[in-house]
Design a protein around this ligand. Structure first.
Ligand SMILES: *Cc1c(COP(=O)(O)O)cnc(C)c1O
Length: 411
């Protein structure tokens, strides 16, 4: 397409500044002014690949080709940046596409990455098995021990410290504030996968992270009907020390924008629209996810067939204090152990309200066996999970029905 190397910054909507507004006001309005052409209250699905130019280079509102920029995607990207408190958002076709683009923007062969020893299996697979052969080394660490994380940083070589908090599936908590600052002082970029907490409950950029990544497939989309991902970059965030970006600056946002356009793993207009639709109700959904999960966690903790319940909102959680400090609610994910793989598999196959399925974060409750399902790809690595573990994504159905369902399945 044209020679313009950078992602467009379209100015089609003379959008007002929502940065001082509350969370849900930002989720509903930021980047989403009424459509300039028609007054449509909801950002339309601009299902279009290219845009008429008023003379060569005479772009209307900055759009020239939908890989580089599309108005529906722009609305989502601006809304995501607003809810995370970041400078710029980028929407991708999946969470892993977002992670891949970010990592390619910040890493070069010979670099080293600190990764969680409990994490989304696909993230680990990407770093170990895709980036590994391109010369990237990684060290898995226990994120709940900030000293262990900092000790794994190799000065001059470690270019990314990757946090996921709460972790998937063991719901470990990393103290973002305790790690931020140290990571950057060593020249590394601090990334937080905020998929489980969502920006409604936790805003890593306010705690010192350089960049947040999401699988918007989960809570932000919220209805199990779209796959997507996002990167949100903090104001002033820089590339790892010594790295000059492809546009000649050291700005992390410039580099991610360049790579988004150059590699092209963008969110399509309809996917962006569905994700934006989900984002508008994130606050009210998370309130119900949190309330339901708290009740389910207490029920499980009292149950004699359950040997351990892992939920950051329970006083029994090892990092309950840190979770309470950096999250405004404990979220909708619970993991519990049953003492044997047989019991775990039986529970997973007996529920009727909880659906046996991978993924999480939708309005409907899901149950799964991480060892055999979501985390099958990390078997035999430092990230292998116990085989008696059950993970549930507590939805927003009536909580009495959820508890009755688990009670029946555990009987
Ligand atoms: C699902 C998930 C991802 C990957 O996202 P996709 O949209 O499936 O590509 C990354 N991180 C976490 C924590 C996830 O749950």
């Amino acid at each position: 397409m044209s020679t313009a190397p950078q992602r467009n910054q379209p100015d089609m909507t003379a959008d007002r500044d929502w940065s001082q507004a509350g969370f849900s006001t930002r989720a509903i309005h930021a980047g989403q002014d009424a459509d300039a052409a028609t007054g449509a209250v909801v950002t339309p699905i601009y299902q279009v690949s290219t845009y008429k130019q008023d003379g060569v280079g005479g772009l209307r509102g900055g759009y020239e080709y939908s890989r580089s920029g599309n108005p529906t995607r722009t609305a989502l990207e601006e809304a995501l940046a607003a809810v995370e408190g970041g400078a710029q958002g980028f929407a991708f076709s999946s969470g892993l596409a977002a992670e891949d683009t970010l990592l390619r923007a910040v890493l070069r062969p010979g670099d080293h990455v600190v990764v969680p020893d409990d994490a989304y299996g696909g993230t680990y697979r990407l770093i170990a098995r895709v980036f590994g052969p391109w010369g990237i080394e990684h060290t898995p660490v226990n994120l709940s021990d900030a000293d262990e994380v900092l000790a794994a940083i190799q000065p001059g070589r470690t270019k990314v410290v990757w946090l996921e908090t709460p972790t998937n599936p063991l719901l470990g908590i990393a103290d973002i504030q305790a790690i931020a600052g140290h990571a950057q002082a060593q020249g590394a970029v601090l990334v937080v996968d905020n998929t489980f907490a969502t920006p409604y409950l936790q805003r890593p950029i306010e705690l010192g992270a350089d960049v947040v990544v999401h699988s918007t497939t989960k809570y932000i989309g919220g209805h199990s009907d779209v796959v997507g991902g996002a990167v949100v970059v903090a104001h002033g965030a820089q590339l790892p020390v010594g790295l000059q970006g492809p546009t000649g600056t050291t700005s992390l946002a410039d580099a991610v924008g360049f790579h988004q356009n150059a590699s092209g793993a963008i969110a399509g207009p309809f996917d962006a629209w569905l994700t934006l639709r989900g984002l508008k109700t994130l606050g009210v959904r998370m309130d119900r996810h949190c309330a339901n999960a708290a009740a389910v966690a207490e029920f499980l903790e009292r149950h004699d067939k359950v040997t351990q319940v892992i939920y950051p909102g329970l006083a029994s959680h090892e990092q309950h204090a840190i979770a309470s400090k950096q999250m405004s609610g404990a979220g909708g994910m619970i993991s519990f152990r049953t003492g044997s793989a047989e019991t775990a598999l039986a529970v997973c196959s007996r529920t009727r309200v909880f659906t046996l399925a991978e993924s999480l974060g939708g309005v409907e409750s899901l149950i799964e066996h991480p060892h055999r399902m979501t985390h099958g790809s990390v078997a035999g690595t430092a990230l292998e999970v116990p085989d008696d573990l059950v993970r549930i994504s507590v939805g927003i159905e009536d909580v009495a029905d959820l508890i009755a369902d688990l009670e029946e399945a555990l009987r």
